[in-house]
Structure formats: C-alpha cells, structure tokens
Write a protein that binds this ligand. Structure first.
Ligand code: FMN
Length: 224
C-alpha cells in the first residue's frame, strides 16, 4: 500500500504513522513550574541527539486549545528539565502522568511517586527509575502543523548530569538493561519493553566499534 500523510488516504481503521518508527523510547520529563510546582509527563517523541556533549530532545505537540504544554513552558521558563527512564515496573505511573493536570498540581503526587533531589538542577527525579539525566535547556525548534495540536515544540537540552542506580550496573560494568526493562511506544495503545538483546560488531573496524561500545580509548571517555 501507499498513502500520502497530507491526504490520510491509508484506508486502514487506525492511522499507521505512529506505528512505523518504533520502538520509541519514552522521555519521561520532569520540570518545575516558575512557581515551583513539580510537573511530570511522558513524551514518546524523544531521543538523544549526540554524545559530546550529550543532548536530548523531547517533542511536544500543542494542546487542544493550541497552547504549549506545561513541560515546554516550564523547561523554557526555568531553563531546566530531568529525563527519567520509564520502566515496566513504573508503567502505570507513566500513564497517570500523561493525564491533563493543571499547572498547580504536583504530578508526582498524582502518580504516587516519590521524589529524589537532583545535583545541578531543581526539577525532581523519579524515585525507582534507574537512570536520570539532569538537563540544561538549550533551545526550542517550533515546527508548524495542522489544527490546534499540529504545532510542535522540539525542546532540546544538554545533559549535564547522569545518575545510574548502582543496582542496575552489571559485573561487566554495563547498564543492566534487561533488569531495568525500559518501556517504549509502538503506536496505537501498544508498548513494548526490552526483554532480549543481541550483539553485533562492525566488521574490521576497531575505532568505530569502540565508539559505539563506549570503550575508554574513544575521545569522549578519554577526556572524562
Ligand atoms: C506513552 C505516552 C507518550 C506520549 N508522547 C507524547 C509526545 O511525544 N508528544 C506529546 O505532545 N504528547 C505526548 N503524550 C501526551 C502527554 O504526555 C500529555 O499531553 C501530558 O499531559 C503533557 O503534560 P504537560 O502538560 O504537563 O507537559 C504522550 C502520552 C503517553 C501516555
């Protein structure tokens, strides 16, 4: 089949677009309102962008009344946000934190989550999440779209601090991904979680594979 997104002429009962680029990791983004109220929301349009220095982005569509979402307002006005790894064990809290709450509501409390203080930024970290990034707001790329929700804010932040729970580091010194079991969106109302891993190495390429693996002789780790 072939369809044009502009015409939405796929003929299927559900729009397939969000089920094509998958799995999408979840940017579970914690911010503080300018008044200091904790805010938390998941964004599956999320990625890391680069590693030296590391930058991440989350992409937030406008609300139904064509306004920026609270996470964007907060990140832009305070200059900070925290990314929390969303895991299978925390899936219900992730879901609750997607509900619409007014900015004066503490979404950690609504989701039944405990807070951990950050080292460099003010937004809280989710207790129980095995990995957190403390981020300094860099910029917003605003893309025009159709309808009130079409406009999207791609919020970019520099990662200035990384927390990894020691209980999720293997004897080999790697993040224990199978233990953490991060969840990801696969479109519709469906999710997946990481339950298997396979390994590959680029043939005959020491430096590139070293960079991919994060070995010390690559420039990022050497400086650290
Ligand atoms: C798993 C999941 C992924 C989501 N991904 C996005 C996304 O990528 N972009 C977006 O605008 N909203 C996304 N949402 C909806 C937001 O989480 C929701 O609008 C939330 O209320 C925004 O909170 P805020 O207004 O406090 O920023 C997602 C919801 C769920 C459950």
């Amino acid at each position: 089949m072939f369809y044009e997104p502009k015409k939405n002429n796929h003929g299927l009962p559900y729009n397939p677009f969000k089920s094509c680029v998958i799995p999408r990791p979840i940017g579970w983004i914690s911010t503080l309102s300018p008044e200091g109220v904790p805010n938390l929301a998941p964004f599956s349009q999320f990625q890391n962008l680069t590693f030296d220095p590391p930058y991440v982005m989350f992409s937030s569509n406008y609300t139904m009344d064509a306004k920026r979402k609270d996470s964007v307002v907060n990140a832009e006005s305070t200059g900070e946000f925290v990314w929390n790894m969303a895991t299978y064990d925390l899936r219900e809290a992730v879901n609750i934190s997607a509900s619409f709450f007014p900015p004066e509501v503490d979404e950690f409390e609504e989701a039944g989550l405990e807070k951990l203080a950050s080292n460099f930024v003010k937004p809280w970290r989710v207790k129980g999440s095995p990995v957190h990034f403390e981020c300094k707001y860099h910029s917003t790329l605003r893309l025009p779209g159709n309808g009130p929700m079409g406009t999207v804010d791609v919020v970019i932040g520099e990662v200035i601090g990384v927390h990894i729970d020691d209980n999720y580091i293997t004897d080999e010194g790697k993040i224990d991904v199978l233990k953490a079991r991060p969840i990801a969106r696969i479109g519709y109302l469906d999710y997946t979680s990481i339950e298997s891993i396979f390994t590959m190495k680029v043939p005959e390429d020491r430096i590139f594979s070293g960079g991919m693996e994060g070995r010390p002789e690559t420039n990022v780790a050497k400086r650290a």
